[in-house]
Design a protein around this ligand. Structure first.
Ligand SMILES: [Zn+2]
Ligand SMILES: [Zn+2]
Length: 237
């Protein structure tokens, strides 16, 4: 029986959790700390992510980078006290038309792996996909402290209106969600804004960081991130 999640240690206090049966999977980063561990994004939610993490000794709270299905689905398995969410994201999450479901396609799943871990075929998974949201109390979070790390939340709209990045200035690290990753740019959702996206990319350039933990694909050095910013900027023009 294959596992629903894969977890790998990136550095001493950062883990990457993925759902490898979905080829378009998001990167879920778990930053360990005190008094809780911070999970950035929640994945598809087809298996119980909270149980997976707590059974390994983690104490996760979840912060959501934006309200797309591949980042919010796993909220189903968390409770209100576990979730840190802005008022805008909380409002978007309850609007199914903003989940980006046109990118939930059977061909993005590994058929055999999906059957093994979910017990359904990819078309069945897509047809049955639902997100059961916990009752959520949104808050105007501007920073999150987990002991050694202080993460400042920066609103950078474009991909969606509620997109945020988390900046750990001391450790010169950025967690970007879909605001930046090495891959194709998506700026055609009902709540996308290309002009805002360009502004947000320019803002990213001004931040002090050494590396990026992105919402999809590989971790980026600053130089690699700058190349993606240039490429995306030119695609938006
Ligand atoms: Zn997205
Ligand atoms: Zn995504």
């Amino acid at each position: 029986m294959k596992d629903c999640f894969k977890i790998e240690k990136i550095v001493a206090d950062i883990y990457l959790v993925t759902e490898p049966y979905f080829r378009g999977h998001a990167n879920l980063f778990l930053l360990t700390g005190l008094p809780f561990d911070l999970l950035v994004d929640a994945g598809l939610g087809l298996c119980d992510l909270k149980k997976f993490l707590t059974s390994r000794g983690f104490r996760p709270k979840v912060v959501i980078t934006h309200g797309h299905f591949d980042h919010i689905g796993g909220l189903s398995h968390f409770t209100d006290e576990d979730v840190l969410v802005s008022p805008l994201t909380a409002a978007n999450i309850v609007e199914k038309r903003l989940w980006g479901l046109n990118f939930l396609k059977p061909e993005y799943f590994d058929s055999q792996h999906t059957r093994e871990v979910i017990g359904k075929s990819p078309p069945e998974v897509c047809a049955d996909f639902a997100i059961r949201l916990p009752k959520m109390t949104p808050s105007e979070i501007s920073e999150i402290s987990i002991g050694e790390r202080l993460l400042r939340i920066i609103s950078l709209p474009g991909h969606t209106d509620d997109s945020i990045v988390l900046h750990d200035e001391k450790n010169r690290m950025l967690v970007t969600g879909d605001m930046l990753y090495d891959g194709g740019i998506y700026a055609d959702f009902p709540n996308s804004d290309k002009t805002a996206f360009k502004r947000s990319l320019n803002h990213l350039r001004t931040l002090d960081f050494e590396y990026v933990l992105p919402g999809h694909n590989e971790i980026l050095s600053r130089a690699q991130a700058m190349r993606v910013i240039d490429r995306w900027h030119s695609w938006l023009c």
